[in-house]
Design a protein around this ligand. Structure first.
Ligand code: MEV
Length: 430
């Protein structure tokens, strides 16, 4: 893929022109274009492998966000999403960032977490001592017997810790945490097998009973950080964005919506690349509440003449195994972004989430969200009201006028405008 992608005017192109443009920019191959034009996945064999009782596929629109320049590399971001204006807002904001600032990313930590629960232990101190005494042996054993594939790739189980949870009946619950570097896999299957395997030796060493074991989606031991800087920004705008950020940091009601906006950028890439977006969502929300109060996962501050934003969250994704490796659209999406490994993907995902958040905060503190949202929605309302291809330009134009005038628009407006147009047309051509 080239490093100076020129997609100016991309949104004005029609469907075929868009595909041709992406092919000429070497983002899509000839066979990708053929695959997309034929409607994507056609056979049911693959679906049968993923789910039970398959009856078909649910087609979500997939578009590309343009203008992303992350850590000195250009990206065209595939996004599978049904909500109008997300891709447009991401592309527009990414352009602003590219022209006036930068996006930098890093991954902090390598390990995912598995949990083994001992619901009620007789003596927590004795339990802890036993586990910690055996921890080196257990790590070696499980790496040899279960996680050897990870070890070969430079990962594997790294450590075991013990936590005490105080029960309301006065007893202690003990939880063993198992940390593992899953390399480029999301690692869910392996960490679950690791925990299952450790059950027997842990029960033997501690003389306690395991209740259950499963991975944790709150992966605070592997966090992805994205930082967006806008240089020489209009300070009035910058302070408005900072205040909007403070609102989400302080108030859970606002934080939920703020984080939803961040996930507007994150989920569509996870879907396009075949990743488990429910796992990432759960992790992001749990991390947002890590201090005992649900808060924002992004933070914007004015620093001198700059606006600096930061997102830190567990974004555990995979680039090998599962749907990612099997679904042709997922494989194509990874190729489009030239993704090298799981960390690379998580850094791109975090960047898009943060840029999406910036776009939303900028709109909310200036023109408001209705304008961008509804302008794009006008077309959908016109279609929903039943406008034909011929009637569309008139209905869209009229609805845009109403929107500018009244600052709101609904399906009843669309129906009214369409009926009016039809009445006028029938009067002209009785
Ligand atoms: C809408 O899908 C997302 C926003 O509500 C996000 C936000 O309020 O920050 C606009």
């Amino acid at each position: 893929m080239k490093n100076n992608i020129d997609l100016s005017g991309f949104s004005k192109l029609n469907y075929i022109e868009r595909l041709n443009k992406l092919q000429s920019e070497q983002i899509l191959s000839e066979s990708d274009v053929h695959y997309l034009m034929s409607g994507g996945l056609q056979t049911f064999d693959l679906g049968e492998k993923f789910v039970e009782n398959l009856i078909g596929y649910f087609q979500i629109p997939m578009g590309v966000a343009t203008n992303f320049y992350i850590d000195g590399q250009h990206y065209i971001i595939p996004m599978a999403v049904e909500e109008t204006s997300i891709i447009a807002a991401a592309s527009k904001t990414a352009k602003w960032v590219r022209e006036h600032g930068e996006i930098k990313t890093e991954v902090i930590g390598t390990d995912i977490i598995g949990q083994i629960q001992f619901a009620k232990v007789k003596n927590f101190a004795a339990f802890e001592e036993q586990v910690l005494r055996q921890k080196e042996y257990l790590v070696g054993l499980v790496n040899k017997e279960v996680a050897y594939g990870m070890v070969e790739r430079g990962g594997g189980v790294s450590r075991i810790t013990v936590r005490e949870l105080k029960r309301d009946d006065g007893f202690s619950m003990a939880v063993v945490h198992v940390y593992m570097n899953p390399c480029d896999a999301m690692g869910a299957n392996v960490i679950n097998q690791v925990c299952e395997f450790l059950k027997a030796p842990l029960e033997e060493f501690t003389a306690e009973r395991v209740t259950m074991c499963i991975l944790s989606n709150l992966v605070d031991s592997k966090l992805t950080k994205a930082t967006v800087t806008i240089n020489n920004i209009d300070l009035d705008l910058a302070y408005k964005i900072e205040e909007a950020s403070r609102f989400a940091e302080l108030d859970a009601y606002r934080a939920a919506t703020n984080n939803k906006g961040v996930l507007n950028g994150i989920d569509p890439i996870l879907i396009a690349t075949g990743n488990d977006w429910r796992a990432v969502e759960a992790g992001v929300h749990a991390y947002a509440a890590r201090e005992g109060r649900y808060s924002s996962i992004t933070k914007w501050r004015v620093i001198g003449t700059k606006l600096v934003g930061e997102l830190i969250a567990p974004i555990v994704v995979g680039t090998v195994g599962g749907v990612t490796a099997l679904h042709p659209t997922a494989k194509m999406s990874l190729r489009m972004m030239n993704i090298k490994n799981a960390e690379h993907l998580s850094r791109v995902v975090a960047s898009v989430g943060l840029v999406q958040n910036l776009g939303a905060l900028k709109a909310l503190t200036t023109v408001g969200i209705i304008e961008g949202h509804m302008k794009l929605h006008v077309k959908n309302l016109s279609l929903g009201a039943g406008a034909t291809e011929k009637e569309m330009p008139f209905v869209v134009k009229k609805l845009e006028e109403i929107l500018t005038l009244r600052k709101r628009i609904s399906m009843s407006h669309a129906i009214e405008v369409l009926n009016d147009f039809r009445n006028k047309s029938s009067n002209l051509n009785p």
